[in-house]
Design a protein around this ligand. Structure first.
Ligand SMILES: Cc1ncc(C[n+]2csc(CCOP(=O)(O)OP(=O)(O)O)c2C)c(N)n1
Ligand code: SF4
Length: 298
């Protein structure tokens, strides 16, 4: 009998097109992030049935609906908690988490810090537009002081969060920043973030063309400077990364700030998962063991 030697089907961009077309405003930076994620998955040839995309709530958090992978649109600020569960249930999956700065650094700030210190092996992409887009333009945790919004019409009086410094301080093992106007670099950052074993944080300047007229493409373009162009910069040096993370204004670094590979991932450190993904294991408790537990508790 003839054996079929057909090569496995290559993943193409068309395979990743979601059933729903993005309803983002024309020109929204999130289009660039979606395109870059699709290209990165094709370049890495990760079959889409092995990818799970998880989000919270926001314009950017509608992302999982627009890409043909497994996915889950969760609660505002809770994507990382759900993603941790997904990764621990089946650590063979590529887990991508997508959302906005309000979702990730405001209501989800607690999960942001603890998922980083646990080194959960996933890529967290924040589409950072320095405003709440979905709710029509309120001040967000990354809005600059003085920025006028619907919720602060006389100007923001609160100091912004610095997501890069925060990620470094919380122990993230891969920390990077991209710009949706710099597609080539963004694709590379997403690929490296996916391939990194541990928590990868990628903050992406993704302009909200409808509600944020301060931080536009035109504003970012002359300011962003690629870290890889500085040949003396060493992304394994945490202190140097912290120093770079403080730059803002005329020079705003984009690229890989920091990476370390000497720390176990959460699933790597958990002995129960050494035999393979939990989802394939037999998790049934023998009836006599269950009965003795219950009797002990009664
Ligand atoms: C518990 C809860 N609180 C508030 C809201 C309202 N809400 C929905 S999206 C959002 C903020 C969206 O901003 P961001 O996360 O930056 O995403 P963007 O829309 O800018 O992409 C808020 C406050 C909500 N859906 N659930
Ligand atoms: S409101 Fe802003 S963030 Fe939302 S889709 Fe429109 S441009 Fe994008």
């Amino acid at each position: 009998m003839a054996t079929s030697l057909a090569a496995p089907k290559q993943l193409a961009l068309a395979d990743l097109k979601g059933k729903v077309d993005p309803d983002w405003c024309p020109g929204c930076g999130d289009f660039g992030v979606l395109a870059a994620v699709e290209k990165a998955l094709v370049e890495l040839q990760i079959p889409n049935h092995n990818v799970v995309t998880i989000s919270g709530i926001g314009c950017s958090s509608n992302f999982p609906g627009f890409i043909n992978t497994y996915g889950m649109h969760t609660l505002h600020g809770r994507a990382l908690a759900v993603a941790t569960g997904v990764k621990l249930a089946n650590h063979d999956l590529t887990v991508l988490v997508t959302g906005g700065d309000g979702d990730g650094f405001g209501i989800g700030g607690n999960h942001f810090v603890h998922t980083m210190r646990r080194n959960v092996d996933l890529l967290y992409i924040v589409m950072d537009n320095q405003i709440y887009g979905l709710t029509t333009g309120q001040t967000s945790p990354t809005s600059r002081i003085g920025m006028k919004t619907k919720s602060m019409p006389f100007g923001n009086i609160e100091a912004p969060v610095n997501p890069i410094s925060l990620a470094l301080a919380a122990g993230a093992t891969f920390v990077a920043r991209g710009f949706s106007g710099e597609q080539k670099q963004l694709i590379e950052l997403i690929k490296q973030g996916i391939e990194h074993k541990g928590f990868s944080f990628l903050d992406v300047f993704s302009p909200c063309v409808t509600y944020n007229h301060d931080n536009s493409y035109q504003w970012f373009r002359p300011r962003v400077k690629k870290l890889e162009d500085d040949t003396a910069y060493d992304p394994t040096n945490w202190l140097a990364a912290m120093e770079k993370s403080l730059l803002w204004g005329d020079e705003i670094p984009i690229g890989i700030f920091f990476e370390r590979t000497d720390i176990l991932t959460l699933h790597g450190a958990e002995p129960v998962l050494n035999k393979g993904p939990l989802v394939h294991g037999d998790t049934r408790i023998p009836p006599d063991v269950a009965r003795s537990f219950i009797e002990e508790l009664m």
